[in-house]
Design a protein around this ligand. Structure first.
Ligand code: ADP
Ligand code: MG
Ligand code: MG
Length: 251
């Protein structure tokens, strides 16, 4: 479903290569985890896939269901079914969380040629999803992420994901800044969305999230490349020995 081939990315502003030949394929129905030391390029990979400005693809391809996504505008990528939960979710004061979600859901539906969600159905759905993530009604009324704690922002990202039902979900360090209980809620939210038609790329620095979201495949990223891939046991190896051994072994 998501196919990344030999992806090279540099910063637009300076001649600094960050991704140096990433190869990664996520099949429908699978959860792939990407782990790696700080600064290895994990967030950059997610930004480039989502279409954030400031990066230049110098080589390679990324396709979703065979369609080139790198040439698309960010909103076209979203319409194609790509979703990114940010490591640092932005605050949008003045734009109500509820209004934002309703607009996003209906834009998504329109892009898919589906009917809009009416307000009754929308309210019913969002209340149920919010409850599962322990997000109260007051948080839904506030500006998007406005004054939310770190943990609330991360849960709100998962709420967006649950409402949008994307085909390909990318989560960038959604576990960072979460206590164990909040992390379990987030993991439950993700697990509920696991489906034969949906793929996940779960980026995490720590293994602990993968106790709750058990991945099918684990990749280790270092120096802008995937240097090793394996099953869930690879995450446990990292937990035990750190990244140094693997990075050294590959070098
Ligand atoms: P990770 O998410 O694995 O911690 P990042 O993708 O955030 O890694 O960063 C990879 C490398 O690229 C780091 O060395 C980081 O400092 C650098 N980098 C990423 N984006 C920028 C930017 N906009 N300006 C300067 N350096 C950047
Ligand atoms: Mg980092
Ligand atoms: Mg990062």
């Amino acid at each position: 479903m998501l196919e990344i081939k030999n992806l090279h990315v540099k910063l637009e502003e300076e001649d600094k290569a960050i991704l140096k030949g990433v190869d990664l394929t996520v099949e429908a129905g699978k959860v792939h985890a990407v782990m790696g030391p700080n600064g290895s390029g994990k967030s950059t990979l997610s930004y480039v896939l989502a279409g954030r400005e400031g990066y230049e693809v110098t080589e390679g391809t990324a396709t979703l269901d065979g369609e080139d996504i790198l040439g698309m505008e960010p909103e076209e990528r979203a319409a194609a079914g790509l979703f990114l939960a940010f490591q640092y979710p932005v605050e949008i004061p003045g734009v109500g969380n509820m209004t934002f979600l309703r607009t996003a859901v209906n834009a998504q539906r329109k892009a898919r040629g589906e009917e809009e969600m009416n307000s009754t159905e929308f309210l019913k759905t969002i209340r149920a999803r919010a409850k599962e993530l322990d997000i109260d009604a007051e948080m839904l009324k506030r500006g998007v992420n406005s004054g939310f704690s770190g943990g609330e922002k991360k849960r709100n990202e998962i709420l967006q994901m649950a409402m949008l039902e994307p085909r390909m979900c990318i989560l960038d360090e959604t576990d960072s800044g979460l206590d164990v209980d909040a992390m379990k809620l987030v993991a439950q939210g993700v697990n509920k969305l696991r489906d034969a038609g949906r793929g996940f790329l779960v980026i995490t620095h720590y293994q602990r999230l993968l106790d709750h979201i058990v991945p099918d495949v684990v990749h280790i990223m270092a120096g802008g490349r995937i240097v090793k891939s394996g099953g869930p046991e690879l995450a446990l190896e990292v937990e035990k020995n750190g990244y140094a051994d693997i990075v050294e072994e590959v070098a």
